[in-house]
Design a protein around this ligand. Structure first.
Ligand code: GLV
Ligand code: MN
Ligand code: MN
Length: 409
């Protein structure tokens, strides 16, 4: 049987970013397309029936689709310059869990599939978990299709160029209604497990999080002829706000707030910008605190803009509530994996979080020895990846035995 590390090595050259380091695999781009083809080939070689649904989610069915389905899977898109495991580890582990179940003679007694979700990171169109949000109806197709990437291309155009019909994008209650449970395996993205010394953990919750865009507007002008006193420079307002974001979040225990992307317009060395777009990511275990933090940052941005004679406008791009994974499924996974498997909250978002509003969801985390993620240095030990596959196969075999109802309640 192949090891997870060997299968991940097959993907090592796909979407490598020589400029940023790590991997850049934006949804529906060349690298993500190649990964989708790779997944379809691996699933087909295992006798799974592969289909792409109208939202661009790949499904690989072991047997026929139908009600009461158990699903596993993750995503293949990445952040710019991301690590090799965020997403692909869950997909690779799903394929290898099928091999493991087969090797023991297991045959699912309920419909079973691996799903691969597009645009989990939201790094191309700005809204994270776009595929699962569309499937579940938590974003309207009109809004999703009008989202634009950095080149001004709409999601509608990207769907079309990926061979999908934008007219068919949108909620699929019948398809989602067939899914009973979803278990996603994912690399842990902090130091939680490394601290606990556990190769595998069960996810307990995802903290609330969202993304906002703040646009600062001033007067574009000449860097050489405009006296310092005569400027309305939005870059200065944005810079003061970046510092305020850090100060505001540091003052609230458990808060996280990040400015990871800033875009001065037009962006010339000898040009005072006319506008700066700044993207903000804010997270806290309590939704009301996330909202308070954003309001404090809005006030700071407006104050900083006023100081520079500029304006500031804050717009929400996406918001995800706090998610608590199904307690009975958490308990059952812990029993199956041995009582010493820890449960862990995470600050990272996942398709499993989005789907938890409609489906019984759970997650397994695989230890990340450095805690680094969304960066080229992200890593997993080979033996830990193997432990993850084993744990996933154990859980999926139990959930697809068809007689688990008694034990899971
Ligand atoms: C995705 O990994 C996120 O938490 O933003
Ligand atoms: Mn991920
Ligand atoms: Mn990620």
């Amino acid at each position: 049987m192949r090891r997870a590390a060997a299968m991940l090595a097959d993907l090592a050259d796909i979407g490598r970013d020589t400029r940023l380091g790590g991997y850049s695999r934006p949804v529906f781009g060349g690298a993500e397309h190649e990964l989708r083809e790779w997944f379809a080939a691996e699933a087909t070689a295992r006798g799974l029936g592969v289909e792409t649904d109208p939202n661009g989610i790949l499904w690989a069915w072991w047997g026929d689709p139908g009600p009461g389905a158990v699903i596993t899977g993750s995503h293949l898109d990445s952040v710019p310059g991301g690590g090799p495991h965020d997403g692909p580890l869950g997909v690779v582990s799903a394929l290898l869990a099928v091999d493991r179940m087969r090797a023991t003679g297991h045959v699912p007694q309920v419909p079973f599939a691996i799903a691969v979700f597009p645009e989990e990171e939201g790094s191309r169109f700005g809204v994270a978990c776009l595929g699962s949000r569309l499937l579940s109806g938590s974003i309207s197709p009109e809004r999703a299709l009008s989202l634009k990437d950095a080149d001004g291309l709409t999601a509608a155009e990207a769907y079309r160029s990926a061979g999908l019909d934008p007219e068919r994008v949108g909620p699929e209650p019948r398809r989602l209604g067939q899914v009973r449970r979803f278990v996603e395996l994912h690399i842990e993205q902090g130091l939680g497990q490394a601290t606990l010394g556990a190769p595998v953990a069960v996810a307990e919750s995802i903290i609330s999080h969202g993304r906002w865009r703040i646009s600062f507007r001033g007067q574009g002008n000449h860097a050489g002829t405009t006296a310092m006193a005569d400027r309305t420079d939005p870059v200065v307002a944005a810079a003061r706000t970046v510092v305020d974001v850090q100060v505001i979040a540091t003052a609230r225990p458990d808060a996280r707030a990040t400015v990871g992307r800033l875009q001065p317009v037009p962006g010339g060395t000898n040009v005072i910008a006319s506008r700066v777009d700044m993207w903000l990511d804010v997270r806290h275990p309590r939704e009301e605190v996330t909202a308070e933090l954003v309001e404090a940052i809005r006030a700071a941005a407006e104050g900083n803009a006023a100081l520079e004679g500029c304006s500031a406008e804050l717009v929400e791009e996406s918001l995800s509530p706090t998610v608590r994974f199904q307690p009975a499924l958490q308990r059952r996974m812990k029993e199956l994996l041995g009582g010493d498997v820890p449960t862990l909250a995470t600050g990272a978002g996942h398709d499993a979080g989005v789907l938890s509003a409609d489906v019984e969801t759970g997650m397994l985390f695989v230890r990340n020895p450095t805690g680094v993620s969304h960066a080229p240095e992200e890593s997993v030990e080979d033996d830990d990846a193997e432990a993850g596959v084993k744990a996933l196969a154990t859980v999926l075999a139990e959930l697809t035995r068809g007689s688990e109802e008694r034990q899971i309640r």
